[in-house]
Design a binder for this molecule. Structure first.
Ligand code: C2O
Ligand code: CU
Length: 508
C-alpha cells in the first residue's frame, strides 16, 4: 500500500466516526422542523384547489393494502418487505386515459404510509406528501386517492412517507395509463430496483460510499456500496420471470427505475427503439442504440422486436457489481428454457432520457420567464451532522422555495457542483429541457425528472399551471432524506399540514 492509499483510508476512518454519530440522528429526528413560512401563508388551503374536471368519466376502483410480507427475491435471498397487496412490486394498476382512478390505501403496517403518484398530473391534495399535502396514513387507518388519469403513459406509485426507507423496503408499484386505442398487443412493465439483503452492509457502507464517491468521482459510489442485489419486478437472477414472445413479434416494454442507482440495459442488436420517456412520446427512428440508460425514478418505454432466435436476453451492462442479477430472458412459447447461456449483445450506443426530443414540446420557442431560479446542487459535511445534500447551500426544509403565481413561466437552471449524481424530479408538472451545459437541444425534451451528473448544467422551463405546494427533489431518496428537496410554492395557497408532529409526517 502506498502512502496515498493509507492517507485516504485514514480520512475515511475519521470521517466514519463522525458519520456513525450522525447515523443515530438523521435530520428528521432532530425535532424542530417546519415548512417554510411562505408555504404556510396564503388565503386558500391546497385542499380547496383542483386542476381537474371530473365530467362523467368511468370510475376505476382499487384497494391497496400496505402490509408486511416475507418476500423471496430468489431461492436464497429472502427479505422482510413492506408491500402494497402482498407483492413487490405492488399490484400493477392499469387504467385507460380519461378514467377516474380511485384508490383506497389501507394501512396494515405499524408505521404511517402514503401513496405518491409519480409523474401523474393531479390535484395537489392527491399527491401523497405527508406534512405538505396530507397527513401520513396511520396504522389501521385508510385514505382514498382520486384523480383523473388524463395522459396516457407509464407511471409508478410509491410511498412518500420516509421514502428513503419505505421505497427501499418495497412500497412501490406501476400505474399504466393506456391509450384508448392500444398500439401494441403485447405490453409489459419491468420495475428495476436494488436491495440491501445484507442489512449491515447497508448501514455501514452507505456513508463510506459517499466518501469514496466524493474522492473517486464515481457519482453513484454511495448506492453501489449500499446495495448488494438487483431486481426486476422484485426478483433477481434466475427467479426473474421470462418474457414469452415469438421471433419477429413486437411489444411495448415499459421500464421504471424504482431504485437509487442508474441502470443500463443491453438489448439484442437492432431490437429496440425508445418510444416514450416519463410518459411523453419521443420522436426517434434510432434502431442502432441498444443500451437503455434509466435514471433513478425515470420511466422509459421501448418498442422491442424479438430477433430471429429462440432465446435472447435483455440485461444490465456487465461493468457494475450485481449485474448478473438483472437479466430478462425472452423465450418462445415452445422453448421456456430460461436462463441458460445468458450472454448480452455488443453495445452499440446508449439511449437515455435526454437522447430524443419530445413529440409535443410545451413551448415552441424559448419563452420569456416570469420567474427564474438557480438551483445549485452540492454536498456538504459537518462533524456531528454528517453528510448532507444541499440545494443552494441549504437542506430541506430550509432550502429556498421556488415562488410562483398561477400562469407563470418558470425557468430553472440546475447545476451540479458536487460529485454525486442527482436525478431531480418535479411533482405535479412537466418541464421542458432546453439546454445542457449551455448548448441548446435541437428538439426540446419534456420530462418530469432530469438526471444531473457532476459538472452538468441543465436549463428547464415549465408553466405553473397546477396550483398547490409541490416537491422538487432528488430521486436518490437517500439524498432527499439528507436535504436535497425544495418546494414549488404557489402564491395565494397554503398547506394546512405540518412536518413531524403526532402524525410523524416525514416526506423524505
Ligand atoms: Cu417518485 Cu417525490 O417522487
Ligand atoms: Cu442526489
Amino acid at each position: 500500500m502506498n502512502r496515498k492509499v493509507i492517507g485516504s483510508m485514514l480520512i475515511i476512518g475519521l470521517v466514519g466516526i463522525g458519520i456513525i454519530v450522525f447515523l443515530q440522528s438523521p435530520w428528521y429526528r432532530s425535532g424542530d422542523l417546519s415548512l417554510p413560512k411562505e408555504v404556510k401563508g396564503g388565503e386558500t388551503s391546497i385542499l380547496e384547489v383542483s386542476a381537474q374536471e371530473k365530467k362523467d368519466h368511468p370510475v376505476r376502483k382499487f384497494v391497496l393494502t400496505a402490509e408486511e410480507k416475507q418476500w423471496n427475491i430468489s431461492e436464497d435471498k429472502k427479505v422482510s418487505a413492506w408491500t402494497y397487496n402482498g407483492t413487490v412490486p405492488g399490484e400493477s394498476l392499469h387504467v385507460t386515459e380519461g378514467d377516474v382512478v380511485q384508490v383506497k390505501l389501507v394501512n396494515e403496517l405499524d408505521v404511517p404510509v402514503t401513496i405518491h403518484w409519480h409523474g401523474v398530473l393531479l390535484p395537489n391534495k392527491m399527491d401523497g406528501i405527508p406534512g405538505l399535502t396530507q397527513d401520513a396514513v396511520q396504522p389501521g387507518e385508510s385514505f382514498t386517492y382520486e384523480f383523473v388519469a388524463n395522459d396516457a403513459g407509464t407511471y409508478w406509485y410509491h410511498s412518500h412517507q420516509q421514502s428513503s426507507i419505505q421505497v427501499d423496503k418495497g412500497l412501490y408499484g406501476s400505474l399504466v395509463v393506456e391509450e384508448k386505442e392500444k398500439e401494441y398487443k403485447k405490453d409489459e412493465v419491468f420495475i428495476l430496483d436494488e436491495w440491501a439483503v445484507d442489512q449491515e452492509r447497508e448501514d455501514i457502507s452507505n456513508m463510506g460510499g459517499m466518501m469514496m464517491g466524493a474522492m473517486s468521482g464515481d457519482g453513484e459510489a454511495d448506492t453501489k456500496q449500499m446495495y448488494d442485489t438487483f431486481t426486476v419486478n422484485g426478483k433477481a437472477g434466475r427467479a426473474i420471470e421470462p418474457l414469452t414472445m415469438e421471433a419477429g413479434e413486437k411489444a411495448r416494454l415499459r421500464f421504471v427505475n424504482a431504485g437509487y442507482q442508474e441502470h443500463r440495459l443491453v438489448f439484442p442488436e437492432g431490437s429496440m427503439r425508445v418510444i416514450a420517456n416519463d410518459a411523453e412520446h419521443v420522436v426517434s427512428e434510432d434502431h442502432e442504440s441498444n443500451v437503455l440508460e434509466i435514471a433513478p425514478g425515470e420511466r422509459m418505454d421501448v418498442e422491442f422486436t424479438k430477433p430471429e432466435k429462440e432465446t435472447v436476453f435483455i440485461g444490465q451492462e456487465q461493468s457494475v457489481e450485481n449485474a448478473e442479477d438483472m437479466i430478462i430472458p425472452v423465450v418462445s412459447e415452445r422453448n421456456q428454457n430460461r436462463h441458460q447461456g445468458a450472454t448480452l449483445a455488443k453495445e452499440a450506443g446508449v439511449a437515455k432520457g435526454i437522447s430524443y426530443g419530445s413529440e409535443k414540446p410545451i413551448f415552441g420557442e424559448i419563452p420569456e420567464p416570469d420567474v427564474t431560479y438557480d438551483m445549485d446542487l452540492s454536498m456538504g459535511m459537518s462533524m456531528g451532522e454528517g453528510m448532507s445534500f444541499q440545494i443552494n447551500d441549504e437542506t430541506f426544509p430550509d432550502t429556498p422555495p421556488i415562488h410562483v403565481k398561477d400562469g407563470d413561466i418558470v425557468k430553472v437552471t440546475l447545476r451540479n457542483n458536487g460529485r454525486m449524481n442527482h436525478p431531480m424530479h418535479l411533482h405535479g408538472h412537466r418541464f421542458q429541457v432546453n439546454s445542457k451545459n449551455g448548448r441548446e437541444f435541437e428538439k426540446p425534451i419534456v420530462k418530469d425528472l432530469i438526471h444531473v451528473k457532476p459538472g452538468e448544467e441543465y436549463v428547464i422551463y415549465f408553466k405553473a399551471d397546477n396550483v398547490g405546494e409541490w416537491l422538487f427533489h432528488c430521486h436518490d431518496n437517500n439524498h432527499a432524506a439528507r436535504g436535497m428537496v425544495t418546494i414549488v410554492d404557489y402564491e395565494g395557497v397554503y398547506s394546512p399540514f405540518d412536518l413531524g408532529g403526532e402524525k410523524e409526517n416525514q416526506p423524505n
